[in-house]
Write a protein that binds this ligand. Structure first.
Ligand code: XMP
Ligand code: MG
Length: 179
């Protein structure tokens, strides 16, 4: 076990099972529709790669990158687009794929932003949800796991750009970010 890890919260097997379920649900809900899956870099990278392979209808993909936590473990509050979509999204059904919804600030911004571009619909799929930390009342349309208010890493999530490659989701030892 990595020395920065307090404990594993979600194993690779648990995550894969959940992603299959999400993929099946999304496939049923968007059957016959033109679906654009928008991954939010970098945290959603791993989840996005698994999710699009679990969706059993044709999809196209694009990515956005927004600023969120920077190097630390606390939110700056401001959201900024670092990389925008490659194409216009008018009349398309968009599914935003995020790693985690925490305060809700990032998702709130993204929903407003994409809706204002004339998308046919905009929904959200997250693998993790920390509802205790919400400052904006916003809920993902699809979510994998509700987790406690702990800083987690792995399965795409980082601390200071590290630990994204862990195949599981784990609680980071407090001493790692409080020193
Ligand atoms: P908000 O607060 O806007 O946050 O809902 C969304 C973004 O915050 C980051 N985040 C985390 N990253 N472990 C992480 O590695 C966490 O426990 C955590 N909580 C929030 C994440 O980048 C997400 O997109
Ligand atoms: Mg991050």
């Amino acid at each position: 076990m990595d020395q920065v890890i307090e404990r594993v919260l979600l194993t690779e097997v648990e995550i894969q099972k959940k992603v299959e379920e999400l993929g099946a649900q999304i496939s049923a809900d968007y059957e016959g529709k033109d679906l654009l899956v928008v991954g939010i870099l970098k945290g959603a990278l791993v989840f996005m790669a698994d999710l699009i392979r679990a969706i059993q209808i044709p999809v196209t993909i694009d990515f956005m990158a927004v600023s969120s936590y920077g190097q630390g473990a606390t939110s700056s509050g401001a959201v900024r687009i670092l990389k925008d979509l490659d194409r216009a999204v008018e009349d398309r059904h968009i599914l935003i794929v995020e790693d985690i919804v925490d305060t809700g600030l990032t998702l709130n911004y993204l929903l407003d932003n994409l809706r204002s571009r004339g998308a046919a619909s905009v929904k959200v799929c997250t693998i993790l949800d920390k509802p205790n930390r919400r400052t904006i009342p916003i809920e993902p349309d699809y979510n994998g796991f509700v987790i406690p208010d702990e800083f987690v890493v792995g399965y795409g999530l980082d601390y200071a750009e590290k630990y994204r490659h862990f195949p599981y989701v784990a609680i980071l030892k407090r001493e790692v970010y409080e020193r």
